[in-house]
Design a protein around this ligand. Sequence first.
Ligand code: BGC
Length: 715
Amino acid sequence: MTQKKLKELLASMTVEEKAAQLTQVNGVSIKKDTQAELTGVDPRFAITLDEISRVGSVLNFASAEEAKEIQNRYLERSEKKIPLVMMMDVIHGYRTIFPIPLAMGATFDPALTEECAKMSAVEARCGGVQATFAPMVDLARDQRWGRVMETSGEDPYLNGEMGKAYIRGFHAGGLACCVKHFAAYGAAEAGRDYNTTDMSAHSLAQYYLYAYGECLKENPELVMSSFNALNGKPVNANKGLLIDLLRNEWKFNGVVISDYDAVWEMIAHGYTENEKECARIAINNEIDMEMVSTTYINYLPELLEEGAITEKKVDKMVGRVLALKNKLGLFENPYYGMDVENAEKVFLSAEYRNLARIAAEKSFILLKNEKEVLPLKKTEKIACVGPFAAERGIIGAWACNGRKEDAVSVLQGLENYLGESVPSAKGCGYELLATDESGIKSAVKAAKKAKTVIACIGEYMDDSGEGASRSKLNLPAPQIALLKALKEKGKKVVAVVFGGRAQELDEVEKYSDAILYVWQPGTEGGNAVARTLYGEVNPSGKTTVSFPRTVGQMPLYYNAFRTGRPKPVDDFKNVYYVSSYRDVLNSPLYPFGYGLSYTKFEISNLTISATEMDENGEIEVSVLVKNVGKYDGEEVVQLYLRDHHASMIRTVKELKAYKKIFLKAGEEQRVEFAINEKTLRFYNADFKYVSEKGKFSVMVGNSSENVLEKEFILK
Ligand code: BGC
């Protein structure tokens, strides 16, 4: 539709029609026939299909057929026939499920992430989806928070790179997308979902806002405001964030959508007295679309009448929603994406499964490999035990229309690979509060003839994700008892650990010879695990969250501020009155950026092209990377910077660049980076994004702790 026609359409709309465009309803809460009982849906926000012309968008529906039916019923009933935009959470796949975003972060591979997002989008369009609520780029430093699984981890730079990759991929596959949750939702106090966030303006600007800002460079169509209160106000009431920063400074002119119910939740926060106030505040902050709650359709006309909101503002907001629909071509084709005919051909096709398998393989992290237990030899007798051995619930939270039944378990993957059956037993359940150890005997029995036992343990997919916070991060006692029992029988134990977050693995370390962390690997998880264990692929994933020794270290992240009393050595002995614990080391069990390989990489010979730089200068940094082991493999070479002193205290180190390279056994390569004045910028004491003169360290290595270091001066 031309801009002129769009303007005419807007000018012809009634106030009620405008309020409808600004409202999104849950497809599950649409009563198909008015007699139907709704289960699991808040009845306050339910509408009947006859009332559907009161909304402008629908989220959550089962299939393209259903999306089509909803669109048809809407078009029959609405006078202006402005099509609905159909949205869903396509986070890491639609039907073919790719590894969770946290696992994709571990690949340090934006191009692969982009490809996965593209395929997710193509599948989603066969499922009736026109726009997705992704990527999520909330910075997360606390593993108790269940939604860590949706992020790329604890580093703002990596979060931004991965967020942009997701957007490029969704766009290439034909989906509009939505950066969320603006802002600082990931800093919920005590890691408890939906809890308050309270932080300094500097931390917010420097670390928490970074990735949202980066993502806007790829022109996402929507931004979602978050549920949480930030520094004393619900985000939907935060003009500083929503208007001053997002609209005025960052010039975002797409659609801002609230999170689920979040406009209405301002009452629960104790910030507003009633729904009308919620609507007034959210509209004045240009929340262009209210998700699920219905304060706009109930009160927008009245608020306009009273002059509490202006027509100009409402028109601006409606204009943005119409522009989104126009960009998707919905006025010409309201059924865009409702590709019913192609669905069965596309869903779970060999090409998609293949990509899902490759992505999973590249996301696995080899945390331990003592005496090179891995890779396994085909001739070795094995058994596969543990609560996740035959489990297909390994596709992760937010798996959209993915189904567990379509997923390949580890046991199935091993049998596919070996072409023979593998002895197996569960041993115990995966429930967080499980105590029953009575099945361990039968698991040990199943492993009787095996030299090496693959123990599939960890966290079930529903125990991370939205509303799935945890107060403990250790594995339940029966799972540890299983490892211990196997070890006592003299078995070589290979722990394959599932999880939607970093868990406490010190006990797992104790009783395992090798540990492969496989996250929630998606539909092809089991095949990917088997191929990795047998060395068809060499693990190359790196941690993007610090793995704690104990939950008491939370929040734990490598890029922490320096203190006045740093600990000289990471030891308990003779260290008093420094920033430390009496009962645990400060360091994580596995630091950010860590991950082993079947081969060995040596990084040496750090060179910098100058030891001084002025504001127009550039310093070239390079290291020599050599594959000194027996296998070909990939390594992630990471560059960190430390600013020695500044007008605001700075962090111990911060990731500024990385390169993932492939080297054949015996091969070496010089890896080069460049640093200029822009790389050194931060929000200084005057809140200016600038660099400050002085000493810097540049560090290059293959984890945040294993680095070579040189210094230079910014003049
Ligand atoms: C989540 C969002 C999601 C929305 C729609 C909310 O509960 O916080 O991330 O996009 O639901 O499903």
